[in-house]
Ligand binder design. Structure first.
Ligand code: ADP
Length: 145
């Protein structure tokens, strides 16, 4: 049914991703032509710490950070039962919500699948990124609770 599914994941919290696995697999495997685009966005300094990189006076090497993020993203993707030839990986940097919306446009996403908010954190109904994606996306959004 869907051909281009965008799955934004926050690699700093793998439990976050756990919530969406069954839903992504179900949508991705309805047909054998659906492509699943996994995206992680590197936002600001706290993200570097999540990658195991220490704070320092010098700006961290962007290429190294991108490679670390890509490898963490790949580890998370391994948990999904989706044929490798239908998976694409994206690492962006900037504001997660803006990048999610930008990549959604560029891949012509017809579905975005996100978790509503970080587990264990009292967010009212939707986290800030989830709320912006629901409000501004041009395609359907599946919010997993
Ligand atoms: P919270 O405010 O509770 O952390 P968010 O709105 O940030 O919740 O997260 C909801 C969803 O937004 C996540 O499940 C994920 O799909 C997406 N998201 C959040 N941060 C990122 C990120 N850095 N990169 C990619 N996707 C993200």
């Amino acid at each position: 049914m869907y051909h281009s599914i965008l799955v934004p994941v926050d690699i700093s919290d793998p439990e976050f991703t756990q919530q969406v696995i069954a839903h992504v697999e179900a949508q991705a495997n309805i047909t054998d032509v659906a492509h699943v685009h996994f995206l992680t966005v590197i936002p600001t300094f706290p993200y570097y710490a999540s990658l195991g990189l220490a704070y320092s006076g010098e700006a961290p090497d962007q290429e190294q950070i991108k490679n670390e993020a890509l490898s963490k993203l790949s580890e998370l993707i391994d948990k999904f039962d989706i044929p490798a030839d239908r998976i694409k990986k994206h690492v962006a940097s900037g504001s997660p919500k803006d990048e999610i919306l930008r990549i959604a446009d560029s891949i012509r996403a017809d579905l975005i699948i996100i978790a509503s908010h970080r587990p264990g954190i009292m967010t009212y109904l939707l986290g800030s990124n989830a709320a912006a994606v629901v409000r501004h996306a041009k395609c359907s959004v599946l919010v997993v609770r």
